[in-house]
Design a protein around this ligand. Structure first.
Ligand SMILES: CC(C)(COP(=O)(O)OP(=O)(O)OC[C@H]1O[C@@H](n2cnc3c(N)ncnc32)[C@H](O)[C@@H]1OP(=O)(O)O)[C@@H](O)C(=O)NCCC(=O)NCCS
Length: 434
């Protein structure tokens, strides 16, 4: 019971933050055939009831493949895309239609004693995806396989304004009246771009992304994502496809793309309403210049922090000490200058870390840079197995409190740190549980 109350309270800020936002959610045809598809539907209904504007995009790859096989047609793929011949099209329509009808039916459920009771969802689909043929590429004619040419975002917005859930299929129509088989990823990304969606949530069939050390990757900047694609050629096919599309969406201005593993029950809820989430967030909000410091940065770092040491905001550190501790620092660099810093000193025995030397150059303040540094440090701390982060501050108490740090006592510090505490400076102690 306590656990529930605590959890619900923690979700409060997220509920407020997401209300009125527009999310595009992509899931493959596999999800529709899976055992716990109804859980996914319940979660989507819940998001809708919390005031989130939802555009759903479903795939139908396995169903289309099965239908074509049943009809004795050959399945031909080039570069991960299915070739659609004129005679295939009717089977594609059948399969996609069936999937869509199943989803609509599930979203219409409302039996008592189910989470859908009283939900009364309105689901809308229509001719909002205009498509064009992929055409002939490298000598291969893709036939009725197409790509998105335009999304009628005005129509979708009107439906969302009326509190409907919009459901889009991987089919599009051309002005010539033809039907094209599209990839659901293409439809989802184009829709997120056209709607200027706040988030694109991609449910993948693969397990979560992990780094070579086996730890889950929680955040990727566009350049991190590009590196990952270039350096890990053995990524599962679907993961690589999703990453490429995430990168495309990110570059086109979709602020946050979440890659989630559908196998995790409640993945959407965990990602959206808990601090740590369960997926990988691809976002350009992580500053590109954010990186660990090296010995060559000591000079630039001193330039940033010396004025703050001179006015007493930061504790003085000698150049020698900085040189010794430089690998504890993370920096924000812009045009070759160091404009932000933060350091993490771990106390592994106590599972505690000290966040120190948080500073952003005055010319660059108030644009979320310190926040980005904090997130970077928190991630490092978690990777190192630390459970809490403490900070000593004299002037930025509220900045830390607004970011989840709570007042604590000197006695709460690691022994080693307690002995060095400067009683004249009288810094206040704050601790955040990670
Ligand atoms: C504190 C500091 C790191 C914030 O950097 P920043 O990049 O501007 O921070 P963000 O953009 O992430 O956050 C900006 C918000 O924090 C608030 N803020 C900035 N400094 C603050 C302070 N000292 N106390 C409380 N709130 C503060 C801003 O008003 C703004 O909030 P608002 O948008 O609601 O008005 C920066 O002001 C700084 O370098 N200060 C001097 C060094 C320092 O005090 N470090 C902490 C001791 S370890």
């Amino acid at each position: 019971m306590d656990h529930f109350v605590q959890w619900f309270r923690q979700a409060g800020p997220y509920i407020n933050a997401h209300r009125g936002r527009t999310f595009v959610v992509l899931f493959g045809g596999e999800a529709v055939d899976a055992d716990h598809f109804s859980s996914l539907i319940h979660d989507l209904a819940l998001l809708h009831s919390l005031g989130i504007r939802l555009a759903l995009v479903h795939g139908a790859r396995p169903q289309v493949a099965a239908r074509l096989r049943e009809a004795g047609r050959d399945l031909r793929y080039v570069n991960g895309l299915r070739l659609t011949e004129a005679d295939d099209l009717r089977y594609v329509k059948q399969a996609v239609g069936r999937v869509r009808i199943r989803i609509e039916a599930r979203l219409s459920m409302g039996v008592a004693n189910s989470p859908m009771h009283g939900a009364r969802l309105r689901v809308v689909s229509g001719n909002v995806v205009t498509a064009r043929p992929l055409g002939v590429r490298d000598g291969v004619d893709y036939g009725f396989t197409g790509e998105v040419r335009r999304i009628d975002d005005r129509a979708i917005r009107l439906w969302l304004d009326q509190e409907a859930i919009v459901l889009l299929s991987p089919l599009g129509y051309s002005p010539t009246g033809e039907i094209f088989n599209l990839s659901a990823e293409d439809v989802a990304v184009a829709t997120a771009m056209a709607l200027r969606a706040d988030k694109l949530l991609v449910l993948s069939e693969e397990p979560e992304l992990r780094n070579p050390a086996g730890r889950p990757i929680r955040e990727l900047s566009p350049s991190d994502a590009a590196h990952l694609l270039a350096e890990q050629p053995d990524l599962p096919e679907e993961t690589a496809r999703h990453l490429r599309q995430a990168l495309r969406a990110c570059q086109a201005g979709v602020r946050r793309i979440h890659l989630l593993s559908r196998g995790v029950d409640g993945a959407l809820l965990l990602e959206l309403f808990t601090r740590d989430g369960v997926g990988t967030l691809v976002t350009a909000d992580i500053y590109e210049g954010l990186r660990p410091a090296t010995i060559d940065d000591v000079g630039g770092l001193l330039e940033l922090i010396q004025p703050l040491e001179d006015n007493g905001t930061l504790v003085r550190r000698s150049r020698e000490r900085l040189e010794m501790e430089i690998e504890r620092f993370s920096l924000l660099e812009r045009d070759g200058a160091i404009i932000g810093s933060a350091a993490l000193f771990p106390f592994p025995e106590e599972r505690l870390g000290e966040l120190a030397c948080v500073a952003v150059h005055p010319a660059y303040q108030n644009s979320g840079r310190a926040e980005a540094l904090l997130r970077f440090i928190e991630r490092q701390a978690r990777v190192q197995g630390l459970q809490r982060l403490f900070v000593l501050t004299t002037r930025a108490e509220h900045w830390f409190r607004e970011r989840g740090f709570e007042p604590a006592e000197v006695a709460d510090l690691p022994v080693q740190k307690r002995m060095l505490y400067n009683w004249q400076r009288r810094s206040k102690v704050f601790i955040k549980t990670l």
